[in-house]
Design a protein around this ligand. Structure first.
Ligand SMILES: [Zn+2]
Length: 337
C-alpha cells in the first residue's frame, strides 16, 4: 500500500509572508534589529536544526549571546554566518538583508554607487565589497545543468566601435584596440517547444578553441541533451561525451544568426543592453565574470513574480557560499583577466 508522505511545512516551497517578507513594510516589521536577522538566517541555514560544525553532533547546542551557538558536546562556538559570505562582517546583518532586498528588486541590476546611496553607507568600498560578495552567492553551487535542446555559441562583449566623426585612420586604430579588449562569452540557452527559452549559462573564455569551449559545455549541459552549435571544429567531440550534436550551417551573412541561433542571439543582445544600461558599458573584462553571474541569476528567475522569493533564494545561496576576504576580492580583480 502506498502511504502519503507527510512533508513538514519547513521543507515545502517558501511562502510569502511566512518565509520571506511580502513587501518593504513587512521587511521593516520583521527585521527591527540584528537579533531578528540572526534568527531569520538561522531558520534558512538550519532548516533541519543546528548541527555542530566542530563535532557534527546535532541538537546539542545552546544559544549564547550575539547569535552564538555553543556545542554542549565539544564546546565549539559557532554562528549562522561563520563559513558563509557574511563571515566576520562588520556591517550589520540588517544592512546585508536590506542590500539583498534592494538587489532583487532592481530589475536592471545594481551598481556599488546605487547600493551605497540606498543604504546610506559612508564608504563606497563597503558597498562595492558587499556587492561582490553577494554576486558570488548568485550562482548556486552544484546547480542542475541545462537539458533538452540547448543552443551553444560564443558572443563578444565589449564597447561599440566609435562613431564616424573620427578620421578613418584613427577610427581603424581605435576599433582594433577595442576588438582586442573584447571578451568572448560562451552562451548556452535551453530552447523550449513550441517556442520560448528556458534557463541560460554564461561564461567568459579566453579563446574559441576546443580546450576552452568543451569544459563550458560539460559544465553547463547535461549529457544526453541535444546541443545545437555552429560548424566550428571546437565542438567536434561532443558526441563522444554523450551529447547529440545538431550542427547548424550558416548560409550567408552574419545577420542571419538570429534565425539559426535565436536563443543565443536574444540572450547576447539582452546581456549587452543590460551591461550598457546598468554599467554604462564600463565593465572591465576582469570584472565581467561577476556581471555574467548576476545576469544569469536574473534571467533564470525572470518569470518569478515574487521578488521576496528571490530574496529568500539569494540568502539561501549566500549561506552556502564560502567566505572571501576583501584582499581576495581585489586580488582576483587584478589577476583574473
Ligand atoms: Zn560540537
Amino acid at each position: 500500500m502506498v502511504q502519503d508522505v507527510v512533508v513538514p511545512d519547513k521543507l515545502k516551497m517558501p511562502v510569502a509572508g511566512r518565509d520571506y517578507p511580502r513587501t518593504w513594510d513587512q521587511f521593516i516589521d520583521w527585521f527591527p534589529d540584528d537579533e531578528a536577522c540572526w534568527r531569520y538566517l538561522e531558520g534558512i541555514r538550519w532548516k533541519y536544526g543546528f548541527v555542530c560544525p566542530g563535532c557534527g553532533e546535532a541538537g546539542v547546542a545552546f544559544h549564547g549571546s550575539r547569535g552564538r551557538w555553543i556545542c554542549r558536546h565539544c564546546r565549539h562556538q559557532s554562528t549562522v554566518t561563520a563559513g558563509t559570505v557574511f563571515d566576520k562582517t562588520r556591517t550589520p546583518l540588517r544592512s546585508w538583508l536590506a542590500a539583498v532586498w534592494y538587489i532583487v528588486n532592481q530589475k536592471q541590476g545594481v551598481t556599488a554607487l546605487g547600493l551605497q546611496r540606498v543604504l546610506g553607507f559612508g564608504s563606497y568600498q563597503t558597498a562595492w565589497a558587499m556587492l561582490h560578495r553577494l554576486r558570488r552567492a548568485m550562482i548556486r553551487p552544484g546547480r542542475e545543468r541545462l537539458h533538452g535542446l540547448v543552443e551553444v555559441d560564443e558572443s563578444f562583449v565589449g564597447r561599440s566601435p566609435p562613431n564616424s566623426t573620427l578620421d578613418i585612420k584613427k577610427k581603424q586604430k581605435v576599433t582594433k584596440k577595442l576588438k582586442e579588449q573584447r571578451s568572448i562569452v560562451m552562451v548556452a540557452v535551453e530552447i523550449k517547444e513550441p517556442k520560448g527559452f528556458g534557463r541560460i549559462r554564461l561564461q567568459r573564455v579566453t579563446n574559441k578553441s576546443e580546450k576552452a569551449v568543451l569544459p563550458f559545455v560539460l559544465d553547463a549541459v547535461e549529457p544526453g541533451s541535444a546541443v545545437r552549435t555552429d560548424g566550428s571544429a571546437a565542438y567536434r567531440t561532443l558526441e563522444k561525451y554523450g551529447y547529440q550534436r545538431e550542427k547548424t550551417v550558416m548560409l550567408g551573412a552574419e545577420d542571419r544568426a538570429h534565425v539559426i541561433m535565436p536563443g543565443v542571439h536574444r540572450v547576447a543582445a539582452l546581456l549587452k543592453r543590460w551591461l550598457l544600461g546598468t554599467h554604462q558599458g564600463a565593465v572591465q573584462p576582469k570584472q565581467l565574470d561577476y556581471y555574467l553571474d548576476e545576469f544569469t541569476f536574473r534571467f533564470n528567475r525572470r518569470t518569478s513574480r515574487s521578488r521576496g522569493l528571490l530574496f529568500y533564494r539569494m540568502l539561501e545561496q549566500a549561506l552556502v557560499t564560502e567566505p572571501v576576504t576583501y584582499a581576495q576580492i581585489t586580488r582576483k580583480e587584478k589577476h583574473n583577466i
